[in-house]
Design a protein. Structure first.
Length: 514
């Protein structure tokens, strides 16, 4: 035990970049598989170590900052020698993703209930390979952002002779980082607005949504609208999924969303026009700023890299969450065949989903994994090595972890959207936390994702542990006009529900008010 303690003191004393989100081992383990093996095999560089800390349905995912730095610097070196390098890497990624989608299409065209156990497990393993393939190249995105964003800030500071906390600098930088095309979350929003527009035009339909229950509305919808909702659900099945919850929204969920949008009584035509024009205007504005301040080729290249990576990352998220849907689908059927609850089977490594291990599945071990466990993985001789720690070992490692990371009080990060607010902090880690979120509270999360948007709209301010000025929280907070600080690293650990805090997004600081 002493050896374990001393070993993890050395491991956790390294500088780690921590993400926190809803997650289960089966859906999350693609990250070490791709980062420690896939990236190296496809690009010649990647990650060396990773740590996962699971607590029920929440995970803290630790990246080595040195890995980020090495990946980002290696990328830039290759880019300087070959200006087409990023496009070539993205093309390589697109080929792998296309192959992964063929596996998903195969599952769509297979009646899973007609497969025998051997065929079903084989199809799962094929899907698992396709799933981590989505990250085999694109997993370098985090390293690129880690290096490029601060470098770009420094170059623009020097060019403008402005300090990065200067309001003028923040405004210019934020405008430069506005997206050039809609995120997958915005694509879904635009598509459902089109359905709302059709409903508003039809007085009889509009009356259904106003007067009837969701179920009654669903039963009386005309064929055209019903088909559009079904098509919408199929196209955006990844909407609101995460690395733990793999069940897509139902048709009733979308009928409920349409009902809410009708109640808001917004001008749909104006909203659609604004959404569709926004990205063209963003691109023109970016070009205008580059021209106005006569940014050199190096700065322009770094801006272009940032934009390409921003949209690549968004597309990757869509592909990963689509993969989660299919993994969840297969694990659900496997669990049914072997009489293992889905909530338990998805706590296991892909390598553990074999006929032999499923036949000898241990419910006692599964019950332990339903609680808390740690996965440490590393690259050794070109291969992925991993270790699982539960019970007493978990407690010993967590004691070191807490002393290393949690006993801090100075909370500061990057200002993603300006403003200053005092309010009650609400820590949101799960979907249940989001449902309890109240108007005017300060949303504190490790990072935000599409399912956080309803709470973000209610929030008076947003604070995250991770992210930069092109992350989801940054983009959405600017669209909502909410003060936002990202990249604090420790906000969810230091702050507690109910703390009265001051969020000063003009200076990137968060303070507890006693």
């Amino acid at each position: 035990m002493n050896n374990l303690t001393e070993r993890f003191k050395k491991i956790l004393n390294k500088k780690w970049y921590i993400q926190g989100f809803n997650g289960c081992l089966n859906f999350c383990f693609a990250a070490p598989q791709s980062g420690l093996v896939g990236c190296h095999n496809n690009l010649g560089y990647g990650y060396t170590e990773k740590v996962f800390i699971f607590n029920k349905d929440y995970v803290e995912y630790l990246y080595l900052e040195d890995d980020f730095r090495n990946i980002g610097n290696t990328f830039l070196e290759k880019y300087k020698k070959n200006k087409n390098y990023l496009k070539e890497v993205m093309k390589k990624d697109a080929v792998i993703v296309a192959s992964s989608k063929k596996t998903m299409s195969k599952i769509d065209n297979t009646e899973l209930t007609k497969l025998n156990k051997q065929e079903l497990v084989k199809l799962y393993q094929e899907m698992q390979t396709a799933y981590h393939g989505i990250l085999d190249v694109s997993h370098i995105i985090e390293g690129i952002s880690f290096v490029v964003e601060p470098l770009l800030k420094k170059k623009i500071e020097d060019a403008l002779k402005l300090e990065r906390h200067d309001p003028e600098f923040r405004n210019i930088f934020n405008l430069l980082m506005q997206p050039a095309k809609p995120s997958f979350a915005n694509e879904e929003y635009i598509d459902i607005l089109e359905i709302v527009k059709l409903v508003k035009k039809d007085k009889e339909l509009f009356s259904l949504f106003n007067k009837l229950t969701l179920q009654e509305t669903a039963e009386r919808l005309n064929k055209n609208i019903k088909e559009k909702i079904i098509a919408h659900r199929k196209r955006f099945l990844y909407n609101q999924l995460n690395y733990y919850h793999g069940n897509p929204l139902s048709e009733l969920d979308y009928i409920s969303e349409i009902k809410k949008l009708l109640e808001e009584n917004i001008d749909i035509d104006d909203k659609l026009k604004a959404e569709k024009e926004r990205y063209t205007l963003n691109a023109k504005m970016r070009g205008g700023i580059i021209h106005k301040y006569k940014f050199n080729d190096e700065i322009t290249s770094l801006i272009n890299i940032s934009m390409m990576v921003l949209h690549w990352q968004d597309n990757r998220k869509k592909n990963i969450l689509t993969g989660v849907y299919y993994m969840n689908l297969l694990l659900g059927e496997i669990g049914r065949r072997y009489n293992i609850p889905l909530e338990k089977i998805k706590r296991y490594l892909p390598e553990e989903i074999t006929e032999d291990k499923l036949d000898n599945f241990s419910m006692d071990d599964a019950n332990e994994r339903m609680k808390r466990y740690i996965i440490y993985s590393k690259r050794e001789n070109g291969k992925l090595i991993f270790e699982i720690y539960t019970k007493e070992d978990y407690e010993k490692i967590m004691d070191i972890y807490n002393k290393t990371y949690i006993e801090q009080n100075d909370i500061h990060g990057a200002s993603a959207s300006p403003g200053k607010i005092i309010g009650v902090a609400r820590i949101c880690k799960t979907k249940e936390d989001l449902l309890k979120f109240k108007v005017g509270e300060i949303l504190v999360a490790s990072m935000t994702r599409p399912e956080f948007v309803p709470a973000m709209k209610k929030a008076s301010a947003i604070v995250t542990d991770e992210g930069g000025l092109t992350c989801h929280a940054s983009i959405v907070s600017r669209e909502l006009g909410k003060p936002c600080i990202v990249g604090t690293k420790i906000a969810t650990k230091v702050l507690k529900d109910g703390d009265m805090v001051e969020v000063n997004a003009n200076h990137g600081t968060v303070k507890k008010i006693k």
